[in-house]
Design a binder for this molecule. Structure first.
Ligand code: SF4
Ligand code: FES
Length: 237
């Protein structure tokens, strides 16, 4: 495959044509923060955290979807970039349930880690929050849209890796959610509870039910009759 030589933060690197700037940076040992990106699974440029400056190009570019070219010069850590990344993460956090102290993903949350890395100590963008859905009806997966950052990772894992496709972007604009069609409970879909959506989620918008062990004990106990209950997802005002 044809190779391309470029410089990232003055480090010269050679990568195959078609490589993205983010992947080239990883080869060069340069860290560019990312959030929505999952290699080969979710490369949709949704979060804009991975911004870089490309010499000769107008504006800032999302490195996870920007392909390299011969002689390209990239900067990843200017003040302009740090400020833009910080504002982007502050905006994401402004519409995020920030009850981190009681969150099961605390200290294991990509958004929390990024906020710490960017030294975000307060959110300057307080305002209306989008509607929330808490789906706790399924056997093993809880979906909490108040924590969803709309990265799309679960969508593409479910659709393209597991080939099931029960999760997708629904509604539009400020009302956008990632959910089953018509905001149904996951219990009312052909979900096989493989858990790959939970594994791919960078935050706690999808998580295991805390009483999952009791559910499986009950299912495996021949003396117990397990009632499978379905109900519409709860939608907060
Ligand atoms: Fe991303 Fe998680 Fe929301 Fe899916 S549920 S879009 S993985 S934050
Ligand atoms: Fe590149 Fe989200 S990681 S846009």
């Amino acid at each position: 495959m044809e190779k391309v030589t470029l410089t990232i933060d003055n480090i010269q690197v050679e990568v195959p044509q078609g490589t993205t700037v983010l992947e080239a940076a990883r080869v060069a040992g340069v860290d560019i923060p990312s959030l929505c990106y999952l290699k080969d699974i979710n490369e949709i440029g949704a979060c804009r955290v991975c911004l870089v400056e490309v010499e000769g190009s107008r504006g800032l570019q999302a490195s996870c979807v920007f392909p390299v070219y011969e002689g390209m010069k990239v900067k990843t850590n200017t003040k302009k970039l740090r400020d833009a990344r910080k504002s982007t993460v502050e905006l994401i956090l402004s519409n995020h349930n920030r009850e981190c102290l009681t969150c099961s993903r605390s200290k294991n949350c990509e958004l929390q880690n990024l906020a710490e890395e960017l030294n975000i100590t307060e959110i300057p963008f307080e305002g209306e929050k989008s509607h929330e859905t808490m789906d706790t009806v399924s056997h093993s997966i809880v979906r909490d849209s108040s924590k969803c950052i709309l990265c799309g990772r679960c969508v593409n894992v479910c659709k393209n890796v597991q080939e099931i496709g029960i999760l997708d972007f629904t509604n539009r604009g400020f009302e956008t959610q990632v959910s089953p069609a018509f905001n149904m409970s996951m219990n009312d879909t052909p979900c096989i509870y493989c858990g790959q959506c939970i594994v791919s989620c960078p935050v706690a918008a999808l998580k295991e039910k805390e009483d999952i062990d009791r559910v499986w004990d009950a299912i495996e106990d021949p003396n117990l009759h397990v009632v499978v209950q379905t109900a519409p997802a709860v939608r907060a005002a």
